[in-house]
Design a protein. Structure first.
Lengths: 337, 512
């Protein structure tokens, strides 16, 4: 296989693998910018993955599945909000508790509902997100019209068309939503009143409070956004990237997203970069043959898997400038005087 | 002004927190276009009253009238709508936002920022020009000085079209020159018809800038008088409820041998910023050297280095013997063994453990002393007994050794720390902000203890941001600015104006 198409395949898989990371990372960004640490991104993705797969299977509609997943994720975000905003509990403990709850609960419900060893049945047809074929791209439609295999058609096309058809076109709609969420997040954060207040409440809630704005209200709104974004991430995992829910299928993506958030220093465009980088590492871990073509030795998959964390530690140690989290992060707001 | 309704009228305001009656049946009337001072000791209920006015607390009883209209103020939003602006003692600014962003926060015109920002920029420049408050709208808060930050707080209120401005202890963080600037701004605002309430515990400010003044004591409003018709002494008496000595009564110093000699002391912090830039000074037995300066100019580092908590380079001699500034033997204990006692600036964080009892706190720093131990066990009964004695001699109220440190008032906490350090009979006492957050009555006692120690032939290094305290207690005054000593003066031969210039880093060779 020639290098160019291998490269495109790796990048294509990078984009797919980066999507759930990116959605979760932006969720974390909204949460931490509002002053709430959220180690429970994992939990929200997991419940969304399960409920989206379960509902998509039962109803046969991936969109109903998506709504169910997002709803479940919002409920979990709401629980985190009640624990850490209303009752001013420890945000880390609440997040960890929710992670355990999600991990056990999803398997338990899956088992009693589908009796398939804690997984949902495989999703097919309308119960999965299909690739969206962008205009002028070579996709399944062309293949059907000409009666020739798709990969042959693509291989015959020019490099630009190959790049466009394989890398840009043909992804699930959630991939494009995730990519659009980056400029949207930037715009909300820096160009709207809500964004100004959100950034303020994560830095100094007292300033927001004395300005006559509800700290609690702002933080709950950010929790809802977190719920939606994590819900999309989880639904993509179960109904886009894979075809069904399996136990602990998020596989630490919530933590990698948090690492990406630190790596990005809590900024939206940097989050895109960080998630693509971490997505590339995950893609390479699946294609060790490519890695070994570049390195003269056998690259352990575990090393690639741990790279996001290693890079984050490097960032936190201050080698690449200072990573300053929002100042009020993790502290419940108590009105003084 | 006579027939106009008062800007603020409070009628019978009461507020209790559990069993504590913070405000008792308070009535107050502030005329439009006046600067009204509210003075009282810590815990007298000033801040509670203002928090009620700003919607942070709801009064249990009573009514608030703004411009003659009865007004409900359930939250800050309502206070702002009623034309009330508040400048808190601790600024409520978002540190990494620009001035402009801080000003518009909460008062945006619409959901999108673009028009808000451009209109606000124009409006802000107009207000700033009108009241002579030059600020750069694009400056980031954490990069501008406290005086400027305070102006941003005032601009925030004016941008919201406040007619009534409440300032809570506004000069605590300012140099005398900055405070004068603030007072000029306040007078300008008053002349434009704004009403200003100034909460402070500094009598001098009340006398300088207010038109009328109310005195609060133990939750009650004890008097409201015209400033021109009263005196600091009369106000102090109203605050405390008895006659108070405002000036420290002390004999001339009789300095003896040199106890502390500091030469070229330098400290570089974790961010590689030089906090002390070559400090040299001497303190002799039987004298008080006062270090004046706005907080954050290296005084804290100086105290910590001498107290053994922070490392430094340079030379420090105590009683003619060099002490180790960098090595393994540079810690609080080794300093105490050499006769240096340390009353830290922040008594609640460095001076006491708030959850521990008084008798436990009274041995901290000296717990290794054989006198407090029976072999390898602590002599708790003995310590408790000794604590009762110390508490009695230092007038700590209530004198119960088993009470946790946090259950004492600020003044009594400070007396506990002083009792611990002074009764060790040190050669040198390092004392930082001895009366910060301490009532006037206790201030008198604490000052007397420090002077008594001096008269007993001990050396004292006093660090304070209160210029009155420095002027009153010191035998010599050194002024620190930006990690350096700007100059030394004798209290009898200088004045606040000259010290204020030194504190701001201005050295004018010509001025004496």
């Amino acid at each position: 296989m020639d290098t160019f198409s291998t490269l495109i395949q790796v990048l294509d898989s990078t984009l797919r693998l980066a999507t759930p990371l990116l959605l979760a990372c932006l969720a974390g960004l909204f949460s931490e910018r509002s002053g709430i640490f959220d180690i429970g991104l994992e939990a929200k993705m997991l419940v969304s993955a399960f409920f989206s797969a379960a509902f998509a299977y039962t109803t046969g509609s991936v969109w109903i599945g998506l709504m169910a997943g997002v709803a479940a994720s919002i409920v979990f975000a709401g629980i985190h909000g009640i624990a850490s905003i209303t009752f001013r509990g420890n945000q880390l403990i609440s997040g960890v508790a929710l992670n355990f709850l999600a991990s056990g609960m999803t398997v338990l419900i899956a088992q009693s509902w589908f009796h398939q060893g804690g997984r949902t049945p495989s999703l097919m047809g309308g119960a999965r997100f299909e690739g969206v074929e962008l205009p002028f791209a070579i996709g399944p439609t062309e293949a059907a019209e000409t009666g020739r295999p798709l990969n042959q058609l693509i291989a015959e096309a020019g490099p630009l068309q190959q790049l466009y058809s394989e890398l840009i076109s043909g992804h699930s709609v959630l991939v494009y939503i995730a990519l659009l969420a980056v400029p949207a997040t930037w715009w909300v954060l820096y160009r709207t009143r809500f964004g100004l207040r959100l950034r303020a409440v994560g830095e100094n809630p007292a300033a927001v409070d004395t300005a006559g704005i509800s700290v609690v209200g702002l933080r709950y709104s950010s929790m809802i956004i977190v719920g939606v974004l994590c819900g999309l991430a989880g639904a993509y995992l179960a109904t886009g990237l894979q075809a069904g829910f399996v136990k602990d299928m998020t596989a630490g993506r919530g933590y990698i997203a948090l690492a990406a958030l630190i790596f990005a220093k809590w900024r939206p465009w940097h989050a895109l970069g960080a998630c693509l980088l971490f997505g590339l590492l995950q893609a390479l871990a699946l294609r060790t043959d490519v890695v070994e073509a570049f390195f003269p030795f056998k690259m352990p998959v575990q090393l690639l898997d741990s790279m996001p964390y290693i890079l984050t530690v490097v960032i936190l140690a201050g080698f690449v400038g200072k990573a300053i989290p929002p100042r009020a992060g993790g502290q419940p707001y108590v009105k003084e005087r | 002004m006579g027939d106009q309704a008062p800007a603020i009228e409070l009628r019978g305001i009461s507020k209790a927190f559990g069993p504590v009656q913070a405000n008792k049946d308070i009535s107050l009337s502030v005329a439009k276009g006046a600067i009204h001072g509210i003075i009282g000791e810590n815990g007298a209920g000033k801040s509670t009253l203002m928090s009620i006015l700003y919607g942070f607390y709801k009064a249990d009883r009573g009514e608030i009238l703004i411009n003659g209209q009865e007004t409900q103020i359930p939250d800050s939003q309502a206070a702002i709508a009623a034309g009330i602006g508040m400048v808190f003692q601790h600024f409520k600014l978002v540190e990494n936002f620009t001035v402009l962003e801080n000003v518009v926060l909460g008062a945006e015109e619409g959901a999108l920022l673009r028009t808000t920002m451009s209109n606000a920029r124009r409006h802000l420049t107009e207000i700033a020009e009108e009241y002579e408050m030059d600020v750069d709208p694009d400056a980031v808060i954490e990069e501008i000085g406290v005086g400027m930050q305070q102006r941003v707080e005032i601009l925030k209120s004016l941008y919201r079209e406040a007619e009534i401005l409440i300032l809570d202890e506004p000069t605590g963080v300012l140099t005398p020159a900055e405070a004068d600037h603030l007072f000029r701004i306040l007078r300008g605002l008053r002349d434009e018809g704004k009403t200003i309430i100034l909460i402070t515990h500094k009598l001098r400010e009340i006398m300088d800038v207010t038109d009328t003044v109310s005195v609060m004591r133990r939750g009650e409003m004890t008097a409201t008088v015209k400033t021109a018709e009263t005196s600091p002494e009369a106000l102090a008496e109203l605050m405390v409820g008895r006659k108070v000595l405002l000036r420290v009564d002390k004999k001339p110093a009789q300095p003896g041998r040199t106890v502390l000699k500091v030469d070229n002391l330098k400290v570089v912090d974790d961010d590689k910023v030089e906090r002390l830039k070559g400090i040299s000074l001497e303190v002799r037995a039987g004298e008080i050297l006062g270090i004046a300066g706005v907080s954050g100019n290296g005084q804290s580092e100086l105290l910590r280095v001498l107290g053994g908590i922070e490392r430094a380079t340079g030379q420090v001699e105590i009683n003619g013997q060099q002490i180790d500034l960098t090595g393994r033997h540079s810690d609080g204990r080794s300093r105490r063994e050499r006769g240096i006692a340390h009353v830290p600036e922040d008594r609640q964080r460095a001076g006491l453990i708030m959850d521990f009892a008084a008798w436990e706190n009274i041995v901290f720093g000296y717990q290794w002393d054989p006198a407090y131990n029976n072999g390898w066990l602590m002599d708790n009964a003995g310590i408790r007994e000794e604590t009762e004695g110390k508490m009695e001699r230092f007038d700590v109220r209530p004198p119960h050794a088993h009470l946790e440190a946090k259950s004492f008032s600020g003044g009594n906490q400070q007396k506990l720390v002083l009792a611990r350090e002074i009764e060790r009979n040190p050669d040198l006492l390092l004392v930082g902000q001895p009366t910060r957050g301490v009532d006037i009555g206790a201030i008198e006692f604490i000052h007397q203890q420090i002077v008594d120690l001096r008269d007993a032939g001990k050396a004292i290094l006093l660090v304070s941001v209160e210029l009155d305290e420095i002027m009153g207690l010191s035998d010599r005054i050194a002024v620190m600015f930006d990690g350096k000593i700007m100059g030394e003066r004798l209290p009898g031969e200088t004045n606040e104006g000259e010290l204020g210039l030194l504190m701001a880093g201005v050295t004018n060779g010509g001025s004496a």
